[in-house]
Design a protein around this ligand. Structure first.
Ligand code: HMG
Length: 393
């Protein structure tokens, strides 16, 4: 029996910053951002969104009457959670009307959280093939105004249902993992912006990639020639390309061309959104599934997950016959195309206003936000969420 990703949903806020505008404001050559970093735009989160609402907005379109009843495990992967105790998964369960009998919790290991959730969900479904799991990766990537990391910010969520006989991607039984205590990126409890040793983090990422991909091939008799494409955690798309290039000398010229072409498909969405932290690898997978012209059922895709701190994991997925979903692709392309472009002054104002964690009472007007799920404020230290059925698909 195959187990893997049955359906994928994606949500990103309806506002973005064009990185040519940011480059001009920061006295940088736009080509550094567009080519050197590999990003064209970055999502900007309004006050009416957070990790919970983005997760709900990503998951809502992939739920139907059948899978809704089967979901008995809800895993909320995030490193920008909204409460130090209560998990985002409980809010999500309630907002989406999922079964009360489900086990629901939050999981954190930097950008690796969603992968930990998927692996756990895979084992769960193997033992309970009549049931499904909902796994989300949802985050707001914030480094601070005028920092080196600013160009790599972003926000959004990817939601996945994990099932037996999945329609999209069957997951390998095995994976290769590597972890070590590394201070490359972290966020102390009193801070809303991450601290990072940027160039060191790039080096560790690439080291972990080579370690895990080689270990996977050695341990599980997988040849690199078996892989039609490689997908990466993409904090910014150039880093995936740099990691991919380190592996190119190990394959033929034809395979190099193929991998590079599939990589372009796998970064179409990420280039427009920025870092999603936990959801980033899965947004890249979604981009590959939607944008690749060469992918077909049976193709094997390598997935490299990386979470600072640090944890790396390499595993393989086999593309399933139902992987193309024209409705999903049109929905994502339309959502990205219809976003409102903010100028740098507006972005800086919104950046400074968000988030509102340290307030006992605040009211937020969600009216300008067209999303189905919105954050409306805090009452007596309790966060308030709303579903607006008129905005549902
Ligand atoms: P920087 O120092 O501003 O940039 O920081 P740079 O000087 O290294 O330049 C970047 C690239 O642009 C270089 O290319 C330049 O040559 C090129 P590379 O050598 O890398 O191939 N460049 C140009 N290209 C074309 N035209 C030009 C031009 N000028 C320069 N005119 C850095 C870059 C990524 C370090 C910074 O943005 C940063 O700190 N970002 C945040 C940290 C990060 O994203 N790390 C990634 C690995 S860690 C990770 O993935 C985990 C994470 O997602 C968190 C988690 O797990 O939770 C971050």
């Amino acid at each position: 029996m195959n187990v893997g990703i049955d359906k994928l949903g994606f949500y990103t806020p309806a506002y973005y910053l064009d990185l040519v505008d940011l480059a001009r404001a920061r006295n940088e050559d736009p080509q550094k951002y567009l080519v050197g970093i590999g990003q064209a735009q970055q999502a900007v989160i309004p006050q009416s969104q957070d990790a919970v609402t983005m997760a709900a907005n990503a998951a809502s379109p992939i739920l139907d009457a059948t899978n809704r009843k089967q979901i008995s495990l809800i895993i909320f992967g995030t490193e920008s959670g909204v409460d130090n105790s209560k998990s985002g998964a409980i809010y999500l369960q309630n907002l989406l009307g999922l079964p009360r009998s489900a086990r629901a919790f939050e999981i954190k290991q930097a950008c690796y959280g969603a992968t930990a959730g998927i692996q756990m969900a895979k084992e769960f479904v193997k033992n309970h093939p009549d049931q499904q799991a909902l796994v989300v990766g949802t985050d707001v990537a914030r480094y601070g105004l005028q920092t080196a990391g600013e160009v790599t910010q972003g926000s959004g969520a990817v939601a996945m249902t994990i099932s037996a006989n999945p329609r999209t991607l069957a997951l390998s039984a095995n994976s290769s993992v590597y972890s070590d205590d590394i201070m490359d990126f972290w966020r102390p409890l009193n801070r809303t912006e991450a601290l990072v040793d940027g160039h060191y983090s790039n080096d560790i990422y690439q080291q972990f990639f080579l370690k895990t991909v080689h270990a996977y091939c050695e341990q599980y008799q997988c040849s690199l020639t078996d892989l039609q494409a490689l997908t990466f955690h993409l904090p910014y798309t150039k880093l995936g390309l740099k990691a991919l290039r380190t592996l190119l000398p190990e394959v033929s010229a034809a395979q190099q061309t193929q991998w590079l072409s599939e990589f372009e498909a796998s970064r179409v969405y990420n280039r427009q959104v920025g870092n999603l932290y936990t959801g980033s690898l899965y947004l890249s997978l979604l981009s590959l599934l939607d944008q690749s012209e060469g992918l077909s059922a049976g193709a094997k895709v390598g997935l490299f997950s990386y979470g600072s701190g640090a944890q790396g994991e390499f595993f393989v997925g086999t593309v399933q016959p139902g992987f193309r979903d024209e409705q999903r692709r049109s929905r994502i392309e339309a959502a990205l195309a219809q976003r409102t472009r903010l100028d740098v002054d507006q972005y800086e104002e919104w950046f400074t206003q968000w988030p509102t964690f340290n307030t006992a009472n605040v009211t937020i007007d969600p009216a300008p936000d067209g999303a189905e799920f919105v954050f409306t404020g805090v009452v007596d230290n309790k966060r308030q969420y709303q579903r607006r059925p008129e905005n549902a698909d």
